[in-house]
Design a protein around this ligand. Structure first.
Ligand SMILES: NC(=O)c1ccc[n+]([C@@H]2O[C@H](COP(=O)([O-])OP(=O)(O)OC[C@H]3O[C@@H](n4cnc5c(N)ncnc54)[C@H](OP(=O)(O)O)[C@@H]3O)[C@@H](O)[C@H]2O)c1
Length: 312
């Protein structure tokens, strides 16, 4: 099969499109012929940190069709359309085939396209788990900082589905798109620092932005929560180190590390099937251009998800 493989000796390109061994499914695995994959920060962050996936093939989010099943697999059959989150089982999505543990797959709803399906797993799960960690409730005022990328575009829509009033923070380039995605108010972070304004928020989802933790705390209502899930690594470490201390008193600063969860993935796919969650696609690349897709993602300013079309 064709795949994008990590090859250290080919630096600076590192990710190379070439022939790779087609995986053979184990007894509890399903061989998926991949139709579409999407890029996440997880791909380039792991790449830069030298954390390599088991077969040197990155890519966590896939959709495709079951080609073969292992002898103990009962819940899937050849020909089933599926969605998988490979972030917890060794990645391998930037390829024509992946052998996926049956417990990392769900059936794709018929009304959700393969492209939309592959746009869901890591980013939508992160958005959902982040909002839940912040204890989101109907009627709250929620601010999403970093609202126009993969995670942010889902967080906006989910917060709205929860019945929250939503304020989004992104750059001028994405303001229109973000309004269209149901944000009540949009702040251009290059023009305005929301942490210095008069408005206070019940929940801040810090997808990006790297504001000082004290600034987030200042912008919260009494009893409010800021959930830090992305940004610079230093921001993540500060949240782990100081979040618990800063959460004494009414306001909370929490850190989210999203985890693969089939129940959550099914819920999100169901919302997409009902038209209540619409993946926003920024750009499409072919499998042979996946290295370019990862470089583009690493620049950090996409307007939604970056997709890799593996097969039409
Ligand atoms: N904790 C976890 O489990 C977990 C899981 C997934 C992702 N993440 C992290 O979440 C972050 C976002 O991931 P993603 O996939 O959504 O990335 P992405 O698609 O690259 O989106 C990045 C977003 O950040 C915005 N942004 C850039 N600079 C900003 C600033 N100074 N202030 C406010 N917003 C800014 C961009 O907006 P403009 O383009 O408009 O500038 C864009 O909306 C990454 O840091 C990633 O590592 C964490």
């Amino acid at each position: 099969m064709k795949a994008i493989l990590y090859e250290k000796q080919t630096a600076p390109d590192i990710l190379v499109y070439r022939e790779a061994e087609k995986p053979v499914p184990g007894e509890n695995e399903v061989l998926v012929q991949i139709r579409c994959a999407s890029v996440n920060a997880l791909d380039y962050r792991s790449l830069r940190m030298g954390i390599l996936p088991k077969n040197k093939i990155f890519g966590a989010d896939i959709s495709g069709v079951v080609a073969e099943t292992g002898s103990s697999v009962r819940q899937f059959r050849a020909g089933d359309a599926v969605i998988a989150d490979l972030s917890g089982c060794g990645m391998g999505g930037f390829a024509q085939y992946a052998a996926v543990p049956a417990n990392a797959l769900i059936h794709k709803p018929e009304s959700v396209s393969f492209e939309d399906a592959a746009a869901l797993p890591v980013a939508a799960l992160t958005a959902l788990q982040g909002l839940r960690k912040g204890g989101i409730q109907a009627g709250q005022h929620v601010l999403i900082c970093g609202a126009s990328g993969g995670v942010g575009t889902y967080a906006l829509q989910l917060a709205k589905n929860f019945g929250a009033k939503v304020t989004a923070v992104c750059s001028a380039k994405h303001v229109q798109q973000t309004y269209a995605l149901c944000a009540g108010h949009v702040i251009d972070y290059r023009q305005e620092d929301f942490t210095k304004g008069k408005e206070r928020y019940d929940l801040i989802l810090a997808v990006n932005g790297n504001y000082p933790l004290f600034a987030y705390k200042h912008a919260l209502t009494p009893g409010g929560t800021a959930v830090v899930l992305g940004g610079a690594l230093s921001q993540i470490f500060k949240t782990i180190a100081f979040g618990p201390l800063m959460s004494m008193g009414g306001k909370k600063i929490k850190m989210l590390a999203a985890k693969p969860c089939l129940a959550d993935l099914s819920l999100l796919a169901g919302l997409a099937a009902q038209g209540l969650l619409k993946p926003v696609i920024d750009k499409r690349f072919s499998l042979s251009d996946a290295a370019e897709a990862v470089r583009y993602a690493e620049k950090g300013h996409p307007g939604g998800k970056i997709m890799i079309t593996v097969a039409e």
